[in-house]
Ligand binder design. Sequence first.
Ligand code: 5RP
Length: 266
Amino acid sequence: MDWGMKNRMAHVTKPDGKCFFLPIDHGYFLGPTSCLEKPGDTIKPILSYADALFVTRGVLRNSIDPLKSKPIILRVSGGSSVIGEDLANEEITTSVEEALRLNAMAVGMSIFVGSKYEKQTITNLGKLVNECERYGIPVMAVTAVGKELAKRDARYLSLCSRIAAELGARVVKTYWCEDFDKVTNACPVPIVIAGGPKCKTELEVFKFVHDGLQKGAIGVNLGRNVWQHKFPVAMMKALHAVIHKKASPKEADEIFKDMKNKSKSR
Ligand code: 5RP
């Protein structure tokens, strides 16, 4: 790996090799998602626990203080909306030049394996990797979003992740599933676990994150289960302990409860 690529990867991970990416990019297809109407306000109390922010250029420019930011992973794909015909119909929307101008440490785009737009999105990943490799920018491939999420098992997720890695992604974001080691073992690049819609309990979140890390993931890219929670700071602190301090789900739950009692709800 070249120096620039290594250095950028080191900026979005911690020296322990683990990472907590905080995504707030949802508006690019969902519009003003609940609790993300004013992204700058939402992240203010929780940003210090994150290692990097996954965000679009619009929110970055308008809502994030460049003097108090975390390393940026720039969302560079889009083109569809939640009310449109097909969420999978994405293109690259943001240039690599723009990523450099915004001092992004990595870029992220989605691929939709098994969808009508499989070829288009996978080919776009290849093209983005071609360009980003010239400048030492890691590409994170986001797999299995939208309708494709229904196929959330190790067979499908390992297929998506492996394809993303084969096309040159430096990091793959995919969902946790039973037998998650089948996904990580078959993927030659680091995997981060996606969060998904809000879970019923906090413990459920701590359990899947803990299991995913035990089975080879390097961290998470997890948003709604934090910032849609009534106690986002407590969630961040507990998850940070699972990722960086080897806390068990039970210990994380105790950290959460302790912090919940000390903090204000959203
Ligand atoms: C959407 C994304 C989001 O970054 C991703 O879904 C993570 O957020 P959450 O934890 O809320 O699911 O890539 O395509």
